[in-house]
Design a protein around this ligand. Structure first.
Ligand SMILES: [Cu+2]
Length: 469
């Protein structure tokens, strides 16, 4: 156990407890008798506009005191900036690969042309710059970007390549939502890592991890170990991304309080949902608003109930708010596709054969197009998990809505209603989604992907390709 002292902005002395290598992050940091012990949550810098230059680069981070972990980052040592764009803008993302290996950068959750998707076919060689240009067609939401090169996506994300791509529109900006970045609008990129004794990241050193997925023993939030944040006593919005390779989060607050979910993966909800728990599989996002108006002087903790209530983030409610917000319950209007209009039902069977993960009996092949989808057609996709393991299912280039799980709409969780691009498909479960590829056709040179977002499964075959004609 190592400790280091640091000063907060107000001059109050806190002790940050850092776990050593292989240590647990499950220390109780919420004792009401003592000041909260935490490291200040890093907030990704916010970049606004329509024109972004992004450098993928090597770095080093002192996650563990005195040990520098070699990392990869985007415009920095670890993770990347948050990019905020507006609906209707033509955006230009110039990505330069200053890493020693080829990679890609995929815009997860965005409606865009196939060649701009940043999937396995849009390789960026070391020293090269790749330009993604597209119009922002969708409404407000919290999306993200990460590498997607076939076979090494898990490793590249684990090293640190990920960032948020936030869309705002006129209607989201007219709502009285918390929107001051880093003050009451807080991004939370949830990740887990395991460290070697020399401070390097340990990735897949245990053979079964290639099957079960990489689970670390130490949580990082925005790249911060043992994170906490000083917050105003008012409504606070968290934009939460499960940026882990394989870990699932069952999020709740330590006092069990209710909070409101205002957005799903890539859009605001029509109506805020009041929840006490929220489950996110890798790649899924949610925006929530928690009211801290009566908590001045208190601390609470965001925990992962899926991991023995392991603490993820200390909320240190220490500031008197300079202004308040009153988040409404009615947020937006969404178009819903009618299942009676669906012309096609496609089936995707998630399976395993000879150590490879498969969809419909075959592992990913860059040279094979698995599905041909007509532009503008309403389709139902049925995803059947034929294994005893958790998988989830992500579709590129669009959003979808969930129709039912195991044939029952009642098995759709409250936090899953609305626009999604990634859905949990539990062991032996069957989930039906409805979608329409409505924006662009694309050919064999730049297909869209569908895949399990447990990255070790994706890298070992659980991915397929579709074109839109
Ligand atoms: Cu999977």
């Amino acid at each position: 156990m190592k400790r280091r002292a640091f000063l907060t902005g107000s001059g109050t002395l806190f002790l940050a407890t850092l776990t050593g290598c292989g240590g647990s992050s499950n220390n109780d940091t919420t004792s009401p008798q003592s000041p909260a012990s935490y490291a200040p949550l890093k907030i990704p810098p916010l970049r606004e506009g329509a024109d972004f230059d992004l450098s993928l680069q090597e770095g080093a981070v002192e996650f563990l005191e005195g040990l520098f972990t070699p990392t990869w980052g985007i415009e920095g040592d670890f993770l990347g900036p948050a990019l905020r764009v507006r609906t209707g803008d033509a955006i230009r993302l110039s990505v330069t690969n200053n890493l020693p290996e080829a990679t890609t950068l995929h815009w997860h959750g965005m409606r865009l042309p196939g060649p701009m998707d940043g999937g396995p076919h849009q390789i960026i060689q070391p020293g090269e710059t790749w330009l993604a240009e597209y119009e922002v067609l969708q409404g407000a939401g919290t999306n993200w970007f990460h590498p997607h090169r076939e076979g090494v996506t898990g490793e590249h994300v684990y090293r640190g390549l990920a960032g948020l791509l936030i869309v705002e529109d006129g209607s989201s900006e007219s709502l009285d939502l918390p929107r001051t970045w880093g003050e009451d609008d807080i991004p939370l990129i949830l990740q887990d890592r395991r460290f070697n004794a020399d401070g390097t990241f340990d990735y897949l050193s245990q053979p079964m991890e290639e099957i079960n997925g990489m689970l670390g023993d130490t949580y990082l939030v925005n790249g911060t170990l043992g994170a906490g944040i000083r917050l105003p006593a008012k409504e606070v919005r968290f934009r939460i991304l499960n940026g882990s390779n394989a870990r699932e989060y069952d999020l709740r607050f330590s006092d069990g309080r209710a909070f409101r979910q205002i957005a799903t993966d890539n859009a605001l909800r029509e109506q805020a949902a009041t929840l006490t728990r929220l489950r996110l599989t890798p790649g899924e996002r949610a925006e929530i608003v928690v009211d801290l108006g009566a908590d001045l002087g208190d601390t609470l903790t965001l925990v992962n109930a899926d991991d023995g209530d392991a603490p993820l983030l200390v909320l240190d409610v220490a500031d008197t708010p300079s202004s308040i917000t009153t988040t409404p319950d009615t947020l937006t209007t969404l178009e819903h596709l009618d299942p009676l209009q669906a012309v096609t039902t496609r089936t995707f069977r998630l399976g395993m054969q000879m150590g490879l993960f498969t969809i419909n009996g075959v592992a990913m092949d860059m040279e094979r197009i698995d599905q041909v989808v007509p532009l503008g057609a309403v389709e139902i996709w049925e995803i059947i998990n034929e294994t005893n393991m958790l998988h989830n299912f992500h579709v590129h280039g669009t959003h979808f809505e969930i129709l039912d799980r195991n044939g029952s709409p009642a098995q759709i969780e409250a936090y899953e209603t609305g626009y999604k691009d990634t859905v949990r498909v539990g062991p032996l479960e069957r989930v039906r989604i409805i979608l329409r590829m409505e924006d662009y056709t694309t050919d064999e040179s730049a297909p869209y992907m569908f895949h399990c977002h447990i990255l070790e499964h994706e890298d070992r075959g659980m991915m397929g390709q579709f074109i839109v004609v």
